[in-house]
Write a protein of this length. Structure first.
Length: 85
């Protein structure tokens, strides 16, 4: 099923909203419902859920860390020259 034939309007957007608030990313949500494109899913979700606040990259990382149970980012790698990555 391609982008043109997938019915994004038939998805349970209330459940998608709760998954998103629980820290799920758009790729994981799209995979859960068999949507072929996560970016198209975001567009449809924004239309169906006008009050949904979309996360930026930093907010998404914090949500992922909270979901995984890690409280801080990984330590920086030190290069052999003594500099940091």
């Amino acid at each position: 099923m391609g982008k043109k034939t997938f019915d994004y309007d038939a998805l349970p957007y209330a459940e998608i909203e709760s998954l998103y608030h629980a820290g799920w990313g758009w790729k994981a949500i799209a995979a859960r419902y068999g949507a072929p494109d996560h970016k198209t899913l975001v567009e449809h979700a924004a239309r169906h859920l006008p009050n949904l606040e979309l996360r930026d990259r930093a907010q998404a990382q914090r949500a992922r860390r909270a979901r995984e149970g890690t409280d801080r980012p990984r330590a920086r790698r030190v290069w052999p020259s003594g500099g940091e990555a």
